[in-house]
Design a binder for this molecule. Structure first.
Ligand code: B12
Ligand code: SF4
Length: 480
């Protein structure tokens, strides 16, 4: 916890930002989640400050419970408490709201979860929700609240009036991301974040965002905050942020957190050129699309420190990629996977099972693709129909009624009546697990032994597991 933003005299509104994510409560934290402070809140904090607002932040990431919020409420006495929301932290966010309201603060929620279900946050104790981009909306709201006015009619703010949910008119997105100040890193305990990274990897890692939104349109993707808009900072502004992280915090590894990194080729060419000139000696990783990662680009990226790429491969069946409206081709997946291997860049594949239209044969194609390229890391999840997406609309009459995928299940819960029972998908997930283990074993034991184990597993899958879980044999062509 930090005490940045302590009381300053004057008439400026006082805003306390809260991240209600407690790492110790998150069963997946140790396995999957990489700890970085919320860039949304750090940017909001910097923007509010630049507008003359007094800002403090309570980041619960390393806390034991929400008590630090109470302490900060007493010392800072904010007019407004702004809480960042993710589905995972829903309950904690409501607790924070109750605590802050008890102290007389106006409580507002923002972030991806509140954006998808504002009414539930209003019913749960929040005074208002900012479902979209937060900067300008929060500034106006804070001034209104500080003057003792109800912030209804403020563009981009949703609240309840006489029992009805009232949405302010949409607020235009910020046009120039370069105009945003650098994130207010001092609002959180950067030493704790960086120290943890240093202890576990030897690197001082930080997250950086170069753009907002994504221009692509995958059918299952939920984009409640920025929709299909896409804006990016100039490469010069990105380098300024990287330099600041190096100079102030000795950061030597960066995760670019953009939904898709390097959407525009001229933009990425310019950034790589600057990184070459500046010789920042940073290593980095990003998430990108196989259609954008051309081999010559990967070579240049590698030369300026790219270590790892997350790629949304999703399926080994072109039919499924088309149904998902991914806009990618299997040939691009193959070309990219080959080029990544050649350049010595780690690849992390995202794969998805259970999307409507998928047959056992499609799943088999995905497994075969995985077997061929053996990515260093991967995640294979069961498709989650998120409200507001075309996928959700297409299956909403077939929802199983089981709430959202639980955290512990980690994408292993089937939320709608798909082609096969949940156990079949779980079994298929286990097959990918075995495949990954065999891929790693190839370096240590004879490839012939590895192949034999793979073939035995395939036979078991075909002759025992599939009939047992699906109730019938898969078509002959589905068999490898
Ligand atoms: C980078 C990223 C990460 C990084 C860093 C997370 C971090 N600490 O910031 C890592 C990889 C660690 C990560 C982890 C997880 N993530 Co993540 N992540 C993202 C990603 C790609 C970008 C987040 C970001 O920086 N956005 C840019 C900033 C500027 O936007 P923003 O945070 O939304 O904030 C703006 C507005 O929402 C609003 N706002 C936000 N908070 C508030 C608060 C107030 C009071 C107001 C007024 C406004 C406001 O104003 C901000 C500025 O305009 C998003 C997808 C996306 N495009 O947002 C997913 C996303 C946020 N992650 C998601 C998830 C599920 C997770 C995990 C739970 C996944 C997991 N594997 O376990 C963990 C949770 C970890 C945690 N600490 O909470 C989901 C959340 C969905 C949901 N409904 O909850 C998203 C939306 C992806 C998705 N589509 O599924 N994530
Ligand atoms: S899945 Fe990725 S590429 Fe597709 S729309 Fe969503 S953010 Fe964009």
């Amino acid at each position: 916890m930090t005490d940045a933003g302590a009381t300053v005299a004057g008439a400026a509104p006082r805003v306390l930002l809260v991240d209600p994510y407690l790492a110790r409560e998150d069963p997946m934290e140790r396995k999957f989640v990489e700890l970085y402070p919320s860039l949304g809140l750090l940017t909001l904090g910097a923007y509010l400050r630049a507008q003359g607002i007094d800002v403090a932040m309570t980041d619960l990431t390393f806390a034991r419970d929400i008590r630090p919020v109470g302490t900060r409420l007493k010392s800072f006495r904010p007019d407004v408490v702004g809480v960042h929301t993710k589905t995972l932290t829903y309950r904690r966010a409501l607790e924070v709201a109750a605590r802050a309201r008890a102290d007389g603060a106006f409580v507002v929620a923002g972030g991806p979860d509140a954006a998808t279900r504002p009414a539930e946050y209003l019913d749960g104790g929040f005074d208002a929700v900012v479902p979209g981009e937060g900067e300008a909306a929060l500034v106006e709201l804070a001034h209104r609240v500080q003057r003792g006015q109800v912030p209804d009619g403020v563009a981009g703010v949703t609240l309840r009036r006489n029992g009805r949910v009232v949405r302010g008119s949409p607020r235009p997105f910020l046009r120039d991301l370069d105009a945003l100040p650098l994130p207010a890193w001092d609002l959180v305990d950067m030493d704790e974040y960086l120290g943890r990274w240093e202890r576990s990897t030897g690197e001082r890692r930080a997250a950086v965002l170069t753009s907002r939104g994504c221009p692509f349109d995958c059918s299952w993707c939920s984009k409640p905050t920025f929709g299909r808009t896409f804006r990016q900072q100039s490469p010069e502004r990105v380098v300024e942020e990287l330099r600041a992280l190096q100079e102030r915090y000795r950061v030597d590894y960066v995760r670019f957190c953009d939904d898709v990194f390097g959407v525009s080729r001229p933009w990425i060419d310019r950034l790589l050129g600057l990184l070459e000139e500046e010789r920042l000696a940073l290593r980095w990783e990003c998430l990108a699309r196989v259609d954008l990662l051309k081999p010559d680009l990967l070579r240049r990226m590698r030369a300026v420190g790219l270590e790892r790429v997350y790629v949304g491969v999703e399926s080994g069946s072109q039919k499924m990629l088309d149904l998902m409206n991914r806009g990618t081709r299997l040939a691009q997946v193959e070309r990219t996977a080959d080029a990544l291997r050649r350049e010595g860049i780690r690849q992390f594949w995202f794969l998805m099972l259970g999307y409507p239209g998928e047959t056992l044969e499609d799943i088999e194609q995905t497994l075969q693709l995985f077997r061929r390229f053996s990515p260093e890391e991967y995640s294979v999840s069961i498709a989650v129909p998120v409200p507001g997406t075309r996928f959700y609309e297409s299956v909403k009459a077939r929802l199983t009624g089981r709430a959202r995928a639980t955290r512990r299940a980690g994408g292993a819960t089937l939320l709608y009546e798909a082609a096969y029972p949940e156990t079949l998908y779980r079994w298929q997930q286990a097959r990918f697990g075995l495949e990954a283990a065999l891929g790693k074993a190839r370096a240590r034991i004879s490839p012939r032994v590895v192949e034999r184990i793979g073939r035995a597993a395939d036979r078991f899958h075909r002759n025992v597991a599939t009939p047992l879980l699906v109730g019938k044999k898969p078509p002959a062509r589905a068999s490898p």
